[in-house]
Write a protein that binds this ligand. Structure first.
Ligand SMILES: [Zn+2]
Length: 310
């Protein structure tokens, strides 16, 4: 409430022609979570949605993604400041498919929330019997319930983009022409990723695969991957238990490739090599990548797959 009042008074000053000093005042007076730009605040649940919203709306809104870089946004626990930012947002873009575990316990302003995967909710994949494990600072979790890495089925990603686009056009009607142009361009790029994966899938049918983590359900379904998962992290060195788990899977599933979420460490690659398993990276990019952006990461993922499965 307080933030909004402040914001409006700064806007009034800006309109009166004192923009620079008003901005300066806003910078010093505003709380860290408050709007700095005066633009509509769009809060997003993960990096793909940040990328989509920024590509579509450009400068017309301020897109904010608050999960820290070293955490899986799906299992992140927002602190009080982050929760306040969500509650004060003009638009909240959620991934849906049970992605943001934190949102179950927090009341968000319903009229501001858009579930970007609602259009294909009747096609979600339910995961059962997943074991509890941990990665990063989020503590223990399991992948039981609805599979949530929806966007690496690129057809689903184009539907999420449509939901983002519709919500943004409603939020900033003045920008609707550029929003529709940008949406079309982004969906075109996603369609060409989808086409490349579909072409690749014709070759992939002959390769049983193992994934380092159970995040590829939708990708496997759309592109026909014969995939089983372990619960590994790229930078955790594999011990005997981990390798025995894998050997158990390999007994009935003669995989020669493992798909990793990130670059695996050298020791892991060597250990897998002794089992006749090669490594390939397909980064789902749920969080901000170390370099490049969503599109360059996805292109690199598909380049790597195309190289691996000639
Ligand atoms: Zn996990």
């Amino acid at each position: 409430m307080k933030t909004r009042t402040l914001l409006f008074s700064f806007l009034a000053i800006a309109l009166a022609g004192c923009k620079p000093s008003a901005e300066k005042a806003a910078e010093t007076a505003a709380a860290p979570t408050a709007a700095k730009s005066g633009k509509p605040q769009v809060l997003v649940a993960n990096y793909p949605l940040q990328y989509f919203a920024q590509r579509i709306a450009g400068d017309a809104v301020e897109v904010r993604f608050l999960a820290p870089k070293n955490e899986d946004p799906a299992f992140w626990q927002p602190d009080e400041a982050a929760i306040t930012a969500f509650q004060n947002a003009d638009l909240i873009l959620m991934n849906g498919a049970g992605y943001s575990k934190w949102a179950d316990k927090i009341t968000l302003p319903e009229s501001k929330v858009v579930d970007t995967s609602a259009a294909f909710a009747n096609n979600f994949i339910e995961v059962r019997d997943a074991t509890t494990h941990s990665h990063g600072p989020g503590g223990e979790h399991s992948h039981n319930g609805t599979a949530f890495t929806t966007w690496i089925d690129f057809k689903q990603a184009t539907m999420q983009v449509q939901a983002v686009s519709d919500a943004l056009a409603k939020l900033v009607p003045a920008a609707k022409d550029s929003i529709s142009k940008n949406t079309e361009a982004l969906q075109g790029e996603l369609e060409s990723l989808d086409a490349r994966m579909s072409t690749l899938s014709r070759r992939l049918v002959q390769y049983p695969l193992v994934a380092s983590h159970p995040v590829y359900h939708y990708m496997a379904r759309r592109y026909g991957l014969n995939l089983k998962s372990v619960l590994w992290e790229p930078d955790t060195v594999l011990d005997d238990t981990a390798l025995n788990d894998l050997k158990g899977i390999l007994a009935g599933h003669r995989a020669r490739w493992m798909i990793w979420e990130g670059e695996p460490n050298k020791e892991n690659v060597e250990k897998l090599g002794t089992l006749g398993i090669q490594s390939v990276v397909f980064d789902p990019c749920g969080n901000v990548p170390a370099s490049g952006d969503f599109m360059t990461v996805m292109k690199a993922n598909i380049d790597a797959m195309e190289n691996a499965f000639r």
